[in-house]
Ligand binder design. Structure first.
Ligand SMILES: Cc1ncc(COP(=O)(O)O)c(C=O)c1O
Length: 468
């Protein structure tokens, strides 16, 4: 694929704001563009590069030649430091289900901030958010808060080890579960590191002790018989199998019919705990992702939307397993954290989750169906071989007609393909925020069909500028 435009991009207009239904500004701002010599983002990036390696503080926001710095957000729109406005289809990597600066969340947070932001004591709000989540998620009897999805996953793995007295875990090749060493094994191995299809290698990155690889069994997504053999071979050492029912790192390729049920049965057979990583996919339904896929795991990790735009994480599950954190019992897993259940976070999370009623989920997921359908029709009309994965308010398109099964089947058009960076820039020029690592995006409740139509038309137009 070759890019025909881009070297000197035109001024990035706030085209969508000209849309009558969504206008927050009446006309396009007369601002310096992102690519101009004097762009504020360029200057900020130069300063950032002097004080932060790579000029950023999380790799997931890297954008060449430099990131667009945000100034503010409102609803489904973000205004950058040049004053240009775009529709946000990333929502801080899916964490803002109500969009930016929701008025009720903002008011609740402001009230809470004025009352103090952190105490060496619990608050009523953390009990309320825990009660709400326990009431909604069928397999969660109890939970504990932490500050990120990575911590939530780490705590779930530690709880499983403490509960079972075993030390290994199994995870799927290509799946992303955050920063904890053990789940970061083989999260995106190069093909020369893969190993045999029947025995995927455990690949660690520099900075991780090689011994970590020995304690992680890597499974191929959707390859039921291989998984059966690998789980059986390690059955006496495995504390847990961790899975994400729609793993972004594996292109959101749907689990084949029966695959998740097989995982549940096979783990139960050997008394291995099943951990659902719901950090990203919790937004799929009122009762969460595992419920949406009809699975009852033993433990789950949660984050993103439950913090209402603030740093958050939670681990939850069956009372018996969660008792490993109980100081009144025979405490096995120590769990500290200066900002766990921070009152501002849980206030924002509570207000957000209260707004996410079954009707709101239904409307948002309906918009997601509309989006997938429009994307499929656009690709077909273009004669472009493409498949749309994802579900509910999450979508991911792959430019291939090849069979999508597991991480290895994504070879050649994975997230590292540079074409996605070019496509991202073309979309930015059209007023859309999209991932530079694929046609991946998510919806937020302030959106309507108008924004989705605008997105699909902009993508159609952008694809026309790329030669395959
Ligand atoms: C499935 C999954 N698990 C864990 C994490 C880590 O969460 P956090 O970034 O809050 O540490 C992420 C983050 O995107 C995720 O998508």
């Amino acid at each position: 694929m070759e890019v025909q435009v881009l070297s000197t991009a035109p001024n990035i207009m706030n085209r969508p704001s000209a849309h009558p239904a969504n206008s927050t500004k009446d006309s396009a701002p007369d601002t310096a563009s992102y690519f101009s010599e004097n762009a504020v983002s360029r200057q900020l990036y130069e300063r950032a590069s002097r004080v932060m390696p790579g000029g950023n503080t999380r790799h997931s926001i890297v954008l060449a030649p430099y990131p667009i710095f945000a100034a503010s957000g409102s609803g489904c729109r973000v205004t950058d430091v040049e004053g240009d406005q775009r529709i946000d289809f990333l929502n801080n990597y899916t964490s803002l289900i109500l969009g930016h600066a929701d008025p009720q969340v903002t008011a609740a947070v402001q009230r809470r901030v004025a009352l103090g932001t952190a105490f060496t004591m619990p608050t009523a709000e953390d009990v309320e958010l825990a009660e709400l989540l326990v009431e909604r998620v069928p397999y969660v009897d109890q939970l504990r808060f932490c500050n990120s999805g990575s911590e939530a996953v780490m705590l779930a793995v530690k709880a499983a080890r403490a509960f079972t007295g075993r030390h290994k875990i199994a995870k799927f090749e290509g799946a992303y579960h955050g920063l904890y060493d053990y789940v970061a094994v083989s999260e995106g191995p190069n093909c020369d590191e893969w190993g045999e299809p029947g025995a995927p290698r455990s690949v660690t990155e520099p900075g991780t002790p090689p011994s970590v690889a020995e304690d992680v069994v890597v499974l191929p997504w959707n390859r039921l018989e291989t998984c059966r053999e690998l789980i059986a071979a390690h059955r006496d050492e495995l504390a847990a199998v961790i899975f994400d029912p729609m793993p972004l790192g594996i292109g959101m390729i749907a689990a084949r019919p029966g695959f998740l049920e097989f995982l549940r049965e096979e783990t139960a057979r050997y008394r291995i705990l099943l951990i659902a990583d719901e950090v990203l996919n919790f937004r799929l339904s009122y009762r969460g992702a595992a419920h949406a896929f009809g699975i009852q795991p033993d433990l789950g990790s949660f984050a993103k939307i439950i913090g209402g735009g603030f740093p958050v994480g939670a681990v939850g599950g069956a009372r018996q397993v969660m008792s490993v954190f109980d100081h009144t019992g025979s405490l096995k897993v120590h769990h500290g954290g200066t900002f766990n259940a921070n009152p501002v976070t849980v206030t924002a999370g509570l207000e957000t989750m209260q707004q996410m009623t079954p009707d709101t989920y239904e409307r948002l997921n309906g918009l997601g169906d509309y989006m997938s359908d429009r994307l499929r029709r656009m690709f077909r009309d273009r004669g472009l071989p493409a498949q749309v994965c994802g579900r509910g308010s999450l979508f991911l398109a792959h430019f291939t007609s090849g069979e999508l099964v597991d991480f290895r089947s994504l070879r050649g058009f994975s997230r590292t393909n540079p074409v996605y960076g070019d496509l991202c820039h073309l979309m930015l020029q059209r007023g859309i925020i999209l991932s530079p690592r694929g046609v991946f995006g998510c919806l937020s409740t302030p959106m309507t069909e108008i924004e989705l139509d605008y997105f699909v038309d902009a993508l159609d137009d952008s694809l026309g500028k790329l030669t395959f």
